[in-house]
Ligand binder design. Structure first.
Ligand code: 5GP
Length: 110
């Protein structure tokens, strides 16, 4: 049994995903269980389990810049969220930013 995270297996092409953006350092894929009309995950290829494990401010900044760039390519307005830790709603322990967008009247109760 592999101890890679599901996102590492996606990065390594061991399991398929719907890729919307990729470069040397990041991959952005459509969420398998979308909670908005547009729901994309931006995942750094350099492994960290959770956002607050990234201590380098330029690495953090680049992650946000990449998430913004991908989000803007999908929708003029959007929501970015990061779940940090189990109590924060994190299920996959490989840092990622959610892009949520495409609601007709904004997120409302989402
Ligand atoms: P978290 O709760 O950790 O912030 O978010 C993990 C997200 O990954 C969830 O929204 C979940 O639907 C998504 N996810 C889990 N497994 C897969 C998968 O195999 N493929 C894709 N594309 N998304 C996944």
């Amino acid at each position: 049994m592999s101890d890679k995270t599901i996102f590492q297996r996606i990065i390594d092409r061991e399991i398929p995903s719907d890729i919307v953006f990729e470069n040397d350092a990041y991959i952005a894929i459509r969420d398998i269980q979308p909670r908005a009309p547009i729901h994309v995950l931006v995942i750094p290829k350099r492994f960290s389990a959770r956002l607050d494990d990234i201590h380098d401010s330029s690495e953090l900044g680049e992650l946000m810049q990449t998430a913004i760039q991908v989000a803007r390519s999908l929708s003029p307005d959007y929501r970015l969220t990061v779940n940090v830790g189990k109590q924060g709603g994190q299920e996959v322990f490989h840092t990622h930013v959610h892009i949520l967008a495409g609601w007709e009247n904004g997120p409302q109760g989402h």
